[in-house]
Design a protein around this ligand. Structure first.
Ligand code: FAM
Length: 468
């Protein structure tokens, strides 16, 4: 990944630093490439690759679409390209081909840590390559340098009533950051479509960088005294987020955030937050508009809000059946949830058919750091009981836990007990995955999305007279 020799690099530099190009003509072999430099090399290669795929396979079928699929939330329809990750129903997510365990092992870590730095995951999602520690440190520094938010956005957050859900405040603030979108401004000045991705990249990096200040300010306002500490320019992204939240003195919490931000980042293209980002972005709405729309989807209880719901549901269980319930009473509580027409939060998945490896990674963390925590014990007890009940119930296609069944208990343990806030952390992480793809969407010139829809009357007419 390093330049192999002394090179003249003038035209590429102009493209890489469109706004700050100052006529530097030479790069030295010893200097590792920045993310944008590496991406500039990859874009033409990938454009060529896609051109060839379309030429060779463009007319081939990815599968049938049935009437059931059209009525069933498009479940199983293969109609999206997503480069950063692919979800296997049995094995779970792979980020650019790497499992969660492989990422935990291979991605660079902080000097004082064992969990991967999410900055490295971002590099991997964008380029498909494992970055060096130096490259990841450069990204941490870049995030810190871009992290300030405009004062009017601070005021906007400060004016929200504490009763407004943190996710609504989050989405509002991200929409307001649109004020400084490079992409929107460039579009207004009539930039060539071949250069869209360069501006989109700048917006994506700005947005990711500013999220700790946005998310931290919401937390401090709603749950603390409203005072927001400054970002430290020489620390990593997770440390700084932990600092703004008020938990950076606890090294284990910082480690948890590194893991949390890595594993919640991406889950292929069809989930609500990913698909919304892509869909809204396809209208050439800038990344701030696209991502705030995604946050509104993430705020739904069947998607990201499930982490809040899990904790609420477990606390209610404790109120109803006590702190150390027997397996029998837990089973009855789960059945009562189902009988009252509600879902068991944290269980089931539209694609997965086994225990979510994101759940397992968090369970590993708990076994290492909080094996005797009473709430963790309850979560483990539920893991032993809920799948059996859901199987007996017979409706759910996947009775196993997903990522949200475990995240809350870890945050509770370290004192971040305000469960209504949890989806905001999910949102910070999700930015890494969906914005990586949005950069590629513009680099590859993906068109505005516009699937075809039918009315029920037309469906009936189409198949009139046909056998079942
Ligand atoms: N508890 C009770 N019923 C459930 C269930 C659960 N955990 N999961 C699925 N079902 C029901 C589902 O509501 C549907 O019922 P109807 O036939 O009455 O419509 C039936 O089982 C078949 O659903 P499915 O095909 O197995 O699941 P879907 O693909 O429709 O839905 C989920 C997937 C995730 C929305 C669903 O499993 C669910 O509601 N789980 C609880 C909420 C949750 O944990 N969401 C977080 C998902 C997470 F990974 C994320 O996005 N962050």
């Amino acid at each position: 990944m390093r330049s192999s020799s002394f090179v003249i690099y003038k035209p590429a530099l102009k493209q890489v630093f469109p706004t700050s190009y100052v006529g530097i003509t030479r790069l030295y072999a010893s200097k590792p490439k920045t993310l944008k430099e590496r991406l500039s090399e990859l874009v033409p290669e990938k454009q060529e690759e896609i051109k060839n795929i379309k030429k060779e396979h463009g007319a081939k079928s990815l599968g049938n679409v049935t009437v059931d699929m059209a009525y069933g939330g498009m479940r199983g329809i293969k109609g999206l390209i997503w480069e950063g990750s692919v979800l296997d129903p049995d094995e779970g997510i792979r980020f650019r081909g790497y499992t969660i365990n492989e990422c935990r092992e291979l991605l660079p870590k902080a000097d004082d840590g064992e969990e991967p730095l999410p900055e490295g995951l971002l590099w991997l999602l964008i380029t498909g390559e494992i970055p060096s520690k130096e490259q990841v440190q450069a990204l941490s520094a870049e995030f810190a340098a871009r992290s300030a938010i405009p004062s009017f956005v601070e005021d906007l957050i400060d004016r929200c009533p504490n009763t407004l859900h943190p996710m609504s405040q989050f989405s509002l603030a991200v929409t307001a950051l649109q004020h400084d979108s490079n992409f929107a401004k460039a579009y207004q000045t009539g930039v060539n479509k071949n250069e869209y991705w360069l501006y989109l990249y700048e917006d994506a990096m700005d947005l990711i960088s500013k999220l700790p200040n946005v998310a931290g300010r919401i937390y401090r306002n709603v749950y603390k005294d409203g005072k927001v500490p400054p970002i430290e320019p020489d620390r990593d992204y997770s440390y700084n987020l932990a600092k703004i939240l008020g938990y950076s003195d606890n090294k284990e919490f910082v480690e948890l955030l590194r893991l949390y931000l890595t594993i919640h980042s991406d889950h292929e293209g069809g989930n609500v937050s990913a698909h919304t980002t892509r869909l809204v972005g396809s209208a050439l709405s800038d990344p701030f508009l696209a991502f705030s729309a995604a946050l509104n989807g993430l705020a739904g209880p069947l998607h990201g809000l499930a982490n809040q719901e899990v904790v609420r549901w477990i606390f209610h269980m404790k109120d109803v059946i006590g702190e150390s319930p027997s397996d029998e009473t837990v089973k009855e509580y789960v059945w009562n949830t189902l009988k009252s027409g509600k879902v068991v939060p944290g269980y089931g998945h539209a694609v997965l058919r086994k225990t979510d490896p994101r759940y397992t990674a968090q369970r590993d963390f708990a076994l290492k750091h909080l094996p005797n925590d009473p709430l963790f014990k309850l979560v483990s007890q539920l893991y032993n009981i809920v799948p059996g009940v859901l199987l007996e119930h017979g409706r759910t296609k996947n009775p196993w836990p997903n990522v949200d069944a475990h995240s809350g208990v870890l945050l509770q343990y370290y004192g971040l007990v305000e469960q209504n806030y949890y989806t905001v952390l999910f949102g910070v992480s999700r930015s890494l995955g969906v914005l990586s793809q949005l950069i590629w969407d513009r680099a590859l010139g993906f068109p505005i999305e516009r699937p075809k829809s039918y009315s029920s009357a037309l469906i009936r007419k189409m198949f009139e007279g046909q056998q079942q």
